[in-house]
Write a protein that binds this ligand. Structure first.
Ligand SMILES: NC(=O)C1=CN([C@@H]2O[C@H](COP(=O)(O)OP(=O)(O)OC[C@H]3O[C@@H](n4cnc5c(N)ncnc54)[C@H](O)[C@@H]3O)[C@@H](O)[C@H]2O)C=CC1
Ligand SMILES: N[C@@H](CC=O)C(=O)O
Ligand code: NA
Length: 428
């Protein structure tokens, strides 16, 4: 039997405590599956005294994750502290420079510094793995990097923030306002310390940027992700989209086009009957389309102690087995700088506007759309309230540019109250 693989675990919160529990409770299973033991040498967190529901006295303790990362009795540094900079970055860099393999769940760190860290890993002959960082327990990084490696990837999309999906689902099923659903998610402990990371789409954007790097062999370019959170999604849109057969999701989509790499994370409509449309609550779903394999749909827990620790340990098991995979599925030096492109692939759009109760009002809107080259596919008008009626329009496929031209022309018609809402319908 080979020597055990020795871990140093920094961060003993939700995920770190979960990892310690798996190592302790599943030692025989892990040894049977890898052919060697997996042991914890030492751990680090902010508060040594805190009860984490798992004994820690068997392990060494370091106050400083950087010291932990470079200990002689650590083979793999497991970073579960979080944050794009600060101690997480310093410790991961120190570990790689000291020749240690690294496993992390930290999407913010990789979204901001993925390229530099992948280069550092390779310079030092180390692996840097991050399955838990994207869609938690769903093994999507492994699927994209390994199982689908022979495919040209035509599109990756998904719901990758459980908090947002929970809020949107509760708005629909419970008839809650955005503020009420947000408060409920907060009460359940779903929100990140900075909730804007969730509801602003930033956390999900971090995850999408990592998937697109693997899918298209490009350097991680989080700054190029077009981001829009769910704060402006209204209960009216959720109800009326549902009436037209759609659900609203915070949907990430990336695809390589002739113009460059499109990456968008924004509220979109999807058919209610599609797997994405049926995704309820805090669950995640990632859909990958490859030229050989067709469409793959992966659904599961994107967060939480067990699912996230499961993904961390999947990476640790790979290292214990001797599986060495490049960080983003290609040598770091070969990853190209992507040309960012606005999400402009033609798509149908959902439009909602409040139309004044005047003769010819609808004709004026239809003509503004028509003049911009936007064709109406379906339309529905609801009862007038205060001399205005909500009108829903689903367009045929159109470019964003044509739609924007129509939206620019609509105020001059003088028949629309307030700003129209325009949301892309992603065909799935
Ligand atoms: N909680 C979840 O469901 C998921 C979390 N992640 C990621 O996993 C990582 C950890 O997340 P959680 O466990 O939820 O966080 P957490 O806030 O529960 O735990 C963070 C841990 O890091 C420790 N820590 C913070 N600053 C430190 C420092 N300077 N030195 C030493 N220790 C320090 C804290 O004491 C705590 O033990 C983050 O990168 C997060 O984005 C990824 C997927 C899901
Ligand atoms: N805040 C995230 C947790 C994991 O990444 C989410 O809600 O999905
Ligand atoms: Na994952």
């Amino acid at each position: 039997m080979s020597d055990p693989l020795r871990l140093g675990i920094a961060g003993l919160g939700t995920v770190g405590a979960g990892v310690v529990k798996i190592v302790r409770q599943k030692s025989l299973l892990l040894e049977a599956r890898t052919g060697r033991g997996i042991a914890i040498s030492a751990v680090s967190a902010r508060n040594r005294e805190k009860d984490r529901g798992v004994p820690l006295t068997d392990y060494g303790w370091e106050d400083d994750p950087v010291t932990l990362a470079t200990r002689d009795d650590v083979d793999v540094f497991v970073e579960l502290v979080g944050g794009s900079d600060g101690p997480a970055k310093a410790a991961v860099e120190a570990a790689l420079k000291a020749g240690k393999d690294v496993v992390t769940a930290n999407k913010a760190l990789l979204a901001h510094h993925g390229q530099a860290l992948a280069e550092l890993a390779e310079e030092n002959g180390c692996v840097l793995r991050f399955e838990a960082a994207v869609a938690g327990g769903i093994p999507v990084i492994k699927a994209l990097t390994e199982g689908l490696a022979a495919n040209d990837i035509t599109r990756v999309m998904g719901v990758m923030n459980g908090t947002c999906n929970y809020i949107l689902t509760r708005m629909e099923s419970g008839g809650l306002s955005y503020a009420e659903a947000f408060a409920e998610a907060d009460g359940l402990g779903f929100l990140e310390a900075d909730p804007e990371l969730d509801v602003g789409g930033i956390d999900a954007g971090h995850k999408l940027s990592l998937l697109s790097a693997i899918a298209y062999g490009t350097q991680v370019s989080f700054d190029a992700v077009e981001l829009e959170g769910i704060g402006r999604v209204s209960i009216d849109d959720i109800r009326q989209a549902s009436d037209m057969g759609y659900k609203i999701k915070l949907l990430g989509v990336c695809r390589m086009t002739g113009r460059g790499l499109e990456q968008s994370m924004s509220p979109c409509l999807v058919p209610a009957s599609s797997p994405l449309g049926q995704l309820e609550g805090g669950t995640n779903m990632v859909v990958i389309e490859g030229d050989q394999v067709g469409q793959i749909v992966m659904r599961g827990a994107g967060a939480g102690e067990g699912p996230t620790a499961s993904a961390v340990m999947g990476d640790v098991v790979d290292i214990a087995r001797g599986t060495r995979v490049t960080t983003f599925g290609a040598p770091a030096s070969k990853l190209v700088k992507a040309t960012p492109a606005k999400a402009a692939t033609p798509a149908p759009y959902y439009l909602r506007m409040n139309l004044a109760d005047k003769p010819g009002a609808l004709a004026k809107v239809a003509s503004a759309l028509g003049e911009a080259g936007v064709s109406i596919h379906r339309m529905r008008q609801y009862d007038h309230v205060d001399n205005a009626a909500p009108v829903l329009i689903v367009t045929h496929k159109t470019t964003r540019a044509a739609l924007d031209a129509a939206l620019d022309a609509i105020p001059a018609t003088g028949v629309v109250q307030g700003e129209p809402v325009a949301l892309r319908i992603e065909q799935v």
